[in-house]
Design a protein around this ligand. Structure first.
Ligand code: LLP
Length: 876
């Protein structure tokens, strides 16, 4: 639910009184959100806007940041220091009241007096724990009292509400006194009488998170995450239209952003998935606050107080029309595994009951369980257990009487969460292969089919998580491309480059593009200024001595001419590409010929034209040695690994046909010598679509150390492969960082010239494919949208499962509310341009725009089915 950015000045609008049946909205703000005047302005604005929506509002607040900890500390002080500690808290609250322009706030002063008294008196007849609860409750009582006065003073008439009068803790027989008082639980039921009573009293209320009363009327605390829990209790009691948790991040993410900056915002979760994610590691929401809402079917929204315009995470009942997807990958550290091994005893009636009785006696709750005929392994989660080594040792000693016990720690549990996990197993092969390299102690699959958990050694998790996340996205198991489920990456929202992403050129060119598509479709359109801008971006640093454009990406004559004007040379892999360059650019532009398994005649032709040729095998020198006499050549080596956006474009290492393996280097040098060829340069190109800025510097360093051995080398060609992210929310390659890395290694080897040969980077974003909608069809669960462009025009989705953004250009600003399979007219099931795409409901004749199609689009087109591929147009 987007909110407009908050204006600087705030005042509450006057509104007509609400009818008795007006809905309720509960909004909750945490400690930092109530700690400054500016933040209170935000609360005022948000509460007022909810009221203006026609809802009654309950604002639930935490204590000012740090105050609960200070109160806890106060309780542990010797009696003579407690009053001074309470005095410091008094000053802090009065200072904030002054900052808020309120002078003396009587309602708050009453709670400050009460705190002073409680601090001075110390525990009474009620006991130490009851006193602690009483003292700590003051944090929320104070902040809410202050808030009521502030909001009312600003024109939003607000009633102060004592949360302890609204619900009582459940008396659970298994809880001890500490848990009853300091970590109480409530089972809220819809309470129409309370709703009616409050409706009669007012429209906007402010109340406390974290506190409740018990059956005896004592103040009790709700424990960790208590304020969120309070908000959800109010949501359930009042059967609210929604509960909003305002915090300092935009919501839940597909992984912990601290470990995985590429983690994506989860925009829509059902209660069970959210519960699973919260339970298995996410800290944004306490798992306890979901079940009251689930029963009452009240949606919960998590929003960023500083960025209210972001959609946030909405948690609600399950929605059906969704591509199945893994929603998140989470990890929990500090897991202890207890493996119990025995022979022949598992069949005995009651054996497991006996074993688990030991866990119960030591107060340990078991999380994961794996069992075999002679082994049962369970995990103990530190968030549920007080796991000190004494407890575990005592447990192990007890268990040793009935079986062989092994304690494995520290471990981490890595969990994949998503509804219908078992139906996604076929997409997890890469992930399983990754786990194949590690010690996996236990694998469990939850019986609700929502999670799959791997327990591994704790120290591997930090490296593992980002890799797994990327693999899940690549494999289409985590459907980061479905905009109704996933929002931007954390990096894109909060990272360094967050502000930098400009709108793509085609948004501004929309009227022209619509006209072009109306004339003819399908049609590729290339935006020349974008090509030039990318060329300049690469040249700007001055680090690269010679840039060659990899013509294969897009050999359109106008693009070749423009790139020649920008000072680029040309890298060609066939006589055809060499001819296209010769026909369109001045003879002075440098050229390279870098073929692979080409016939003899191709080499002969290029060498005769004096074109610097790169070899990547012994064969040409062994068999056609005469061709190379007196020629300067370059050598493409295989550095033993490949990289890139898909297996099919990784051009190094085993399984790839490119490059000379290094164990043949000496043979190559000897042959070159024999033939009288002069080896001037080394070349490596590991693959296409690389987004790691350090890559080219690493290649340069490796080539440089080889070059030092060889002696005659003058230039090092680090290849192309500069990636362009498929998804608009992904971070682009940081070209400055690429150049920084290169400059650094070049300083160590200044004797070599640095060459580079990018293709995609220069032209991908400059090109779009325009197509028109042909037909609409529903079949089973699928809703197909036909386009007049298919795999004959753009084969990348079919060949590499490449993701291209698709928009309906005719309805660019309409809500994308329909899930389509976008397909072409070619007679193959693989003729899909985009699966599970959200678009506005589209009609025959609408213009679809397929973005990032300037590289390897038209260049790879075919006349399959004797359908002419899209023709090409260049615009300035
Ligand atoms: N240099 C050599 C030796 C190459 O083989 C290639 C691309 C490049 C440079 C340029 O790579 P770029 O900067 O464009 O990533 N059809 C695939 C890409 C295949 C690339 C083949 N070689 C795709 O559509 O993703």
């Amino acid at each position: 639910m987007p909110d407009a950015p908050l204006p600087a000045t705030v005042s509450a609008p006057a509104a007509a009184p609400l009818p008795p049946a007006a809905p309720w909205i509960v909004v909750k703000f945490g400690g930092t959100s109530v700690a400054t005047r500016e933040r209170w302005d935000t609360i005022l604005r948000l509460a007022a806007s909810r009221r203006a929506e026609g809802a009654r509002v309950v604002v639930v607040v935490s204590a000012l940041s740090g105050v609960t900890d200070a109160l806890k500390a106060l309780c542990a002080l010797p009696p003579d220091e407690r009053v001074a500690a309470a005095g410091r808290l008094t000053e802090r609250h009065r200072a904030l009241a002054a900052e808020m322009g309120l002078g003396r706030v009587e309602a708050m002063e009453r709670w400050l007096d009460s705190l002073q008294r409680a601090a001075a008196d110390g525990p009474g007849a009620g006991g130490e724990l009851a006193w602690q609860a009483e003292v700590q409750a003051h944090g929320e009582l104070l902040s809410s009292a202050l808030g009521a006065v502030f909001l009312t003073a600003k024109g939003l008439s607000t009633q102060w509400l004592d949360a302890r009068t609204c619900y009582a803790a459940t008396d659970l027989p298994f809880l001890n006194e500490r848990a009853r008082l300091l970590s109480a639980q409530v089972e809220p039921r819809h309470d129409p009488a309370l709703a009616a009573d409050l409706a009669a009293r007012g429209e906007v209320f402010i109340t406390q998170g974290f506190i409740a009363r018990d059956g005896q009327g004592r103040t009790v605390l709700l424990g960790r995450g208590g304020s969120d829990t309070s908000a959800s209790y109010f949501g359930a009691l009042l059967r609210a239209a929604r509960v909003e948790i305002w915090t300092d991040v935009a919501g839940m993410f597909s992984a912990n952003p601290r470990q995985v900056p590429a983690a994506r915002l989860l925009t829509r979760l059902d209660y069970e998935e959210a519960q699973e994610i919260a339970t298995t590691g996410a800290k944004v929401l306490h798992p306890r606050c979901l079940s009251p809402l689930r029963e009452a079917r009240v949606p919960l929204l998590i929003k960023d107080t500083q960025r209210p315009e972001l959609a946030g995470t909405e948690i609600g009942p399950e929605v059906r029309e969704q591509a199945p997807s893994i929603k998140a990958i989470s990890s929990r550290r500090g897991i202890t595994l207890v493996s119990m091994e025995s022979v022949g005893m598992w069949q005995q009636v009651g054996f497991l009951a006996d074993v688990f009785a030991h866990f119960k006696r030591h107060g340990l709750s078991v999380d994961l369980i794996g069992s075999a005929e002679t082994n049962v392994t369970v995990s103990l989660d530190p968030t549920e257990n007080l796991l000190d080594s004494d407890v575990v040792a005592a447990l192990a000693a007890d268990l040793a009487r009935v079986c062989r016990v092994k304690v494995i720690a520290p471990c981490a549990a890595v969990t994949l969460v998503g509804r219908g996990m078992r139906g996604m197993l076929h997409k997890l092969s890469a992930v399983l292969a990754e786990f194949g390299q590690l010690r996996v102690h236990l694998i469990t699959q939850s019986s609700n089919n929502l999670n799959l958990t791997f327990v591994v050694d704790e120290d591997v998790v930090d490296d593992l998580l980002p890799r797994l996340h990327e693999m899940l996205v690549r494999a289409g198991a985590l459907r980061a491309d479905d905009a109704t489920l996933f929002g931007p990456s954390w990096q894109a929202l909060y990272g360094r480059a967050a502000a930098a992403a400009p709108a793509p050129w085609w948004r501004a060119a929309r009227p022209r593009l619509l006209k072009l598509a109306a004339e003819r479709s399908p049609r590729y359109v290339y935006h020349l200024p974008t090509v030039r801008a990318h060329a300049r971006a690469l040249r700007a640093s001055g680090v690269i001595d010679r840039l060659y454009y990899a013509v294969k990406a897009n050999p359109h004559p106008v693009l070749l001419r423009a790139l020649a004007e920008e000072g680029l040379g040309f890298e060609c892999v066939s006589p055809g590409e060499l001819a296209a360059v010769a026909a369109n650019v001045p003879a002075s532009a440098p050229r390279l010929f870098t073929p692979n398994f080409a016939p003899r005649g191709d080499y002969a032709e290029a060498l005769a034209d004096g074109i610097l040729t790169t070899l990547d095998a012994l064969h040409p020198l062994q068999h056609w040695g005469r061709l190379f006499k007196g020629r300067e050549i370059a050598l493409r080596v295989d550095l033993g690994r490949g990289l890139g956006h898909h297996d099919k474009v990784r051009t190094g290492g085993e399984g790839s046909k490119f490059g000379l393996p290094l164990d043949q280097l000496d043979a190559f040098l000897a042959l070159a010598d024999d033939c009288g060829a002069r080896l001037r340069g080394l070349h490596a190109h590991l693959g296409s679509g690389i987004l790691d800025a350090a890559h080219w510097g690493e290649v340069y360093a490796q080539l440089a150390s080889l070059a030092e051995r060889i002696g005659s080398i003058e230039f090092l060609n680090v290849g192309g492969g500069l990636g362009v992210p498929a998804h608009p929310d992904d971070l682009p390659l940081d070209v400055h960082a690429v150049m920084r890395h290169l400059a650094e290694v070049k300083r160590a080897y200044p004797q070599y010239a640095l060459w580079m040969e990018p293709g995609r980077y220069l032209v991908a974003e400059a090109g779009v494919l325009l197509a028109r909608v042909t037909q609409d069809k529903r079949k089973g669960a699928a809703h197909y949208l036909g386009a007049d462009a298919g795999m004959n025009s753009l084969i990348r989705p079919a060949l590499y499962a490449a993701w291209h953004e698709i928009v309906n250009l005719s309805r660019l600003d309409a809500e994308a509310d329909t899930l389509y399979q976008v397909v072409g007219p070619i007679c193959e099931t693989g003729d899909v341009l985009g699966s599970d795409r959200r678009l506005p409901a589209s009609a025959e004749g609408d213009v679809l725009l397929i973005a990032n199609a300037g590289a390897y689009g038209a260049a790879m087109a075919s006349r399959y089915n004797l359908r002419e591929p899209a023709e090409e147009t260049v615009i300035e």
